[in-house]
Design a protein around this ligand. Structure first.
Ligand code: FES
Ligand SMILES: [Fe+2]
Length: 337
């Protein structure tokens, strides 16, 4: 389907549309079978629902008949029953029943978005011209996700807030080593030690030190941007004692809602504390989740939510290469300019 891109007009921001890619719309457990949920993303009103087959669907919100909001529908099987005149729309967007008519008027269809559900997270594909997904999976498989080996991600290992920001602000963080000293309180001069892209994945490795009770501990963080809207990390946390290591898989996802605003989602996949059978993370896992929350929502988001995007920054020599490479890679995701 070809669509006309939603135009965004943000002072100083060089792009006039949202970038194509996969984006988080929520967590699997938010979408219970047979309940329609209204959501706003990409300047559009949408409906998210889980059909009786267990599959999650995302559709445009307004009924093609006379415009009722389908977020207030009932679900029958995998179909939406409109709250206005009860037309029944199937999982392919076709009308399959008009209760007061013997003839189906099939001239209009309800637009369905491409959806992927992975490791407890629900993603949709956005393309400014309505083109199909360019890469198949939003995130790599997380070992042990959705099993008892890890804490469930929802509702205790995740967080969302609406922030005045664009996905571009978030993705640029991965090549911006210098902000780690100021915003995340790393010691000394953190640096991007490696960066490069392969298809829709841009990877950076940042090295530096953090101050702990046991003195300076070297950090090496590898972060991947999966398109512009998803940042994926596997964070090895060393606390200085031999063998005292833990790993956390995490995503930071930024999904545009309307105009300048986006929902900022964090999700952490963390091993259970041995012997703990509850869903509320404890011990080391709990500390890692609150660390992620603090670094993203109390640190980065304070900058993102108040900044003005600078299209032509006066780069310092140390940051220029990685930042320019990342911005050039991002350009391809804005086919509408
Ligand atoms: S507006 Fe949906 S059936 Fe009429
Ligand atoms: Fe950051």
């Amino acid at each position: 389907m070809t669509t006309t891109p939603t135009v965004i007009d943000i002072p100083g921001f060089p792009y006039k549309s949202y970038p194509l890619g996969w984006y988080q719309v929520g967590w699997s457990k938010e979408f219970q079978v047979a309940t329609a949920v209204p959501r706003t993303f990409f300047g559009a009103e949408l409906v998210v629902y889980r059909g009786e087959s267990g599959h999650v669907y995302v559709t445009d919100a307004y009924c093609p008949h006379m415009g009722a909001h389908l977020g207030f529908s009932t679900i029958e099987g995998n179909c939406l029953r409109c709250p206005f005149h009860s037309w029944l729309w199937d999982a392919n967007g076709r009308v399959v029943e008009i209760p007061y008519s013997d003839r189906l008027n099939t001239s209009r269809t309800l637009h369905h978005w491409d959806v992927r559900e992975q490791d407890g997270v629900v993603f949709v594909w956005y393309h400014p011209f309505g083109e199909p997904p360019v890469w198949p999976d939003p995130i790599p498989e997380v070992p042990g996700a959705e099993t008892d080996a890890l804490y469930p991600v929802f509702p205790h290992a995740c967080h969302v807030e609406e922030i005045q920001m664009q996905p571009q602000f978030g993705v640029e963080n991965i090549a911006d080593a210098a902000h780690n000293a100021t915003v995340h309180r790393w010691a000394g001069k953190p640096r991007v030690s490696k960066f490069g892209s392969e298809g829709h994945v841009f990877t950076t490795e940042t090295k530096g030190d953090i101050q702990t009770r046991n003195g300076l501990v070297p950090q090496s963080i590898i972060v991947k941007a999966l398109g512009v809207g998803i940042i994926f990390t596997q964070h090895e946390l060393g606390l200085g004692d031999a063998g005292d290591q833990a790993s956390e898989y995490a995503t930071v996802c930024v999904t545009p809602t309307k105009g300048m605003h986006s929902k900022l989602f964090t999700t952490s996949w963390i091993q259970r504390t041995p012997g703990d059978t509850g869903d509320v993370p404890t011990g080391r896992a709990r500390a890692m989740i609150s660390g992620t929350h603090r670094e993203i929502f109390e640190s980065d988001a304070r900058v993102w939510g108040n900044m003005r995007y600078e299209a032509r920054p006066p780069w310092a020599l140390e940051e220029a290469k990685a930042m320019k490479a990342l911005r050039t890679w991002c350009d391809q995701y804005y086919p509408a300019g």
